[in-house]
Ligand binder design. Structure first.
Ligand code: AMP
Length: 359
């Protein structure tokens, strides 16, 4: 069976790498940056199933997928829903999942109205193409409305009430074609300047109630869309439970730890789900695991090669500031051992990012 993935970045590569032992599956990657209509049609004609490593697929390419919706997993509906923050928030609410209050913003007047309805502060975001904190503006006072609209507006935006959270977490699941769902243990995720720097399993002190809430949420969401594949739900950890921030209809950076850290990785189960095969267990293989991103410069990652309980992944990309070039997975027999190894590798992070703030 030939499976085509739109996008040939590190996610596509790790999807392909996850099933090299399954000789009945062949994974092909399509370079979205070298797109032409002919190249896409040829690519699609040559595969049995079609997937994507990113939801940031330009509208003119998504339009081409309409005619091939029957071989697209996750579905065209899922792709379109999670490409747009307004549709995404509506889908979350429809599935019974707690989110920040929000409203659509299409003009400067709407920004003022949002301030009235939601109160300050509010987070203004572009509805499409925003990632790693790009296309966002936090309004703290009514006078911020105009500069905010100037900076990211003149297009459709969403205004969200500001959520006060103690930390960010995510939950990742895979759902197969028969509706069976497997969920990985949650991680705590620490960002710096809008970019994920590291993820920790277990998330320190996460209550059983919140873990159950996360599992319930992702099941409700995946079931509501008859979703097939791996799906990620990013959640704010707040005093009043978990609040959904955003969804990725795909494998996610906060799940890279699962390659070495879990029985089956998020990549492998994504492909298995697409292919109509049975999903594999998601249980952690170690008591404690961490994933550290390698960003902008790979030099500090070299040390991980001589660190006994660390695994270095290099994506073979040219170095550029703020670019994800690889990641390091730390596996450990205890949280203390995990944290000691992270401290040894902490040159990978800007100062002050490790250890996480107490919560
Ligand atoms: P996003 O691209 O939606 O994941 O947002 C990037 C980051 O902005 C998140 O990881 C949060 O740290 C922060 N953020 C986003 N939305 C909100 C919100 N409604 N309230 C508070 N912080 C937010």
């Amino acid at each position: 069976m030939k499976i085509g993935i739109l996008g040939n970045g590190q996610l596509g590569q790790m999807l392909a790498d996850s099933v090299t032992d399954l000789t009945d599956l062949e994974i092909r990657l399509y370079d979205l940056r070298a797109h032409s209509d002919d190249a896409l049609e040829t690519f699609i004609a040559g595969v049995d199933l079609l997937g994507y490593e990113t939801e940031n697929i330009p509208a003119h390419i998504v339009a081409k997928l309409e005619a091939h919706a029957d071989k697209l997993f996750p579905s065209l509906t899922a792709l379109k829903t999670f490409q747009n923050r307004l549709l995404e928030k509506n889908a979350l609410r429809a599935a019974g999942i707690q989110t920040a209050d929000f409203c659509a913003v299409n003009s400067l007047e709407d920004v003022h109205n949002a301030v009235e309805t939601l109160g300050l502060p509010i987070v203004l975001k572009t509805t499409t193409e925003g990632y790693d904190g790009k296309g966002q503006y936090v309004l703290r006072q009514p006078e911020d409305a105009e500069p905010a609209w100037e900076a990211i507006g003149n297009r459709e935006l969403i205004a969200e009430a500001f959520v006060t959270f103690s930390r960010e977490t995510s939950v990742i699941a895979s759902r197969d074609r028969n509706g069976n769902l497997v969920v990985w243990p949650m991680t705590e995720n620490v960002h710096h300047e809008g970019i994920l720097r590291y993820s920790l399993f277990p998330a320190d002190g996460l209550s059983a109630d919140k873990a159950e809430q996360a599992e319930r949420y992702i099941r409700q969401l995946a079931d509501s869309l008859d979703y097939v594949g791996t799906i990620t739900l990013e959640l704010f950890d707040t005093d009043s439970g978990l609040v959904a921030n955003e969804v990725a209809p795909r494998v996610h950076n906060s799940g890279h730890w699962s390659i070495e850290g879990a029985e089956a990785s998020q990549f492998r189960n994504h492909i298995l789900a697409m292919a109509g095969k049975a999903l594999e267990p998601t249980t952690a293989r170690y008591p404690a695991v961490a994933m550290l991103n390698v960003i902008g410069d790979e030099t500090p990652a070299v040390k991980a090669e001589s660190t006994a309980n660390a695994h270095r992944h290099s994506y073979g990309k040219e170095a550029r500031p703020a670019r994800k070039l690889g990641h390091v997975t730390v596996v450990a027999d205890s949280v203390a051992e995990r944290d000691q190894t992270i401290t040894e590798l902490s040159e990978l992070m800007p100062s002050g990012v490790w250890p996480p703030q107490a919560h």
